[in-house]
Design a protein around this ligand. Sequence first.
Ligand code: FES
Ligand SMILES: [Fe+2]
Length: 378
Amino acid sequence: MKRATEIELAEEILDLQERKVPFLDDAVTSSPVEHYCDPHRLELEREKLFRSIPQPVVHSSELPTPGSFLRRDFAGLPLLFTRDEDGQVHTFINVCRHRGSRLVQDHEGCKQRFTCPYHAWTWNNRGELTGMPHGELGFPELDRSALGLKRLGCSERHGFIWVLANTDQAPDVDTTLAGLAEDFEWFDAASHVVQHSDVEVRSVNWKILVEGGIEAYHFRVTHRKTIAPYFNDNLSTYRQFGPHLRSVLSKRSIAELRDQPTDQWRLRDHSQVLYTLMASSQFLVQSDHIAWITVDPLTPSSSRIRISTLVPADLVATEEDRAHWAKNHAITVQTLAEDFDIGEGIQAGLTTGANDTLTFGRFEGALNAFNTSVRERL
Ligand code: FES
Ligand SMILES: [Fe+2]
């Protein structure tokens, strides 16, 4: 983020806080409940959003050394991530090219070769087929070079491994960030490590989960026992970058900036700067760390959620540091659980006939912007 933008965003919140008005869109909008329940729509969302826009699926620190590998299911695909001896990252579908057995069983580790548990065909971590027991006799005509692991497009950028699942070509991440590349430089996740990670499956559509993060209207009520006392009531702003959003969820302490020269202003000390990347990731940039929340739809009414706490790599050395991050991560998980509980309640009510649409107020405009972007991509 440019310094001028950081100051402009802080000034905008200070002005709204002073005038005691929220950030308002022009109109009240709505979203049809069937958009959150329809299996055909989910298939389309997977195809047009999750598999057709580069998605950050793994943090670079999760594949720390040459030879590292990691399994992760995403967008209905069982994925295998490897880092080869040159440090290059690869993404494959974790399926054997012989008769389709799951190739790698371990979830992570360090390995140069992967041998199928069924008949022991073997690949190296660049995806090349290197072993086929009794191959000369059994498969005399087969072209081994055509039997590499099925490769998906991936690029390592801004500290993440971005996957473009509908091609084997590496995506140009900065272009798809639609103006947010500067912001990624600013929060610099590349200098961070994943210190804690939690995965859970919740009975809620993925869009309800995203919507739950991009307004501050609910803070005072839903989060009254956790974070609400620190935040301004119903005071958040947002901007669109292509299909992505940047929101500022402001804290009461932002008022302190009035007594500070602008060259000392640090927006993330007085707000959570939230990036909602179409479609699977939200980055909550906080004072000294980043919470990375990914959502992966399993069915229209269930989603796998991963909450990771990214912390500066040079701040994990001492026992005291690690205790600090463990506490931080626990607070993030607890606060988000409050959102997810509400989300599951919403999902359970969608098919009751109580509502044909969900209604978004003028200070919930980010929800309409998000749903409009989804609709446009479909
Ligand atoms: S299915 Fe993998 S080697 Fe046969
Ligand atoms: Fe919330």
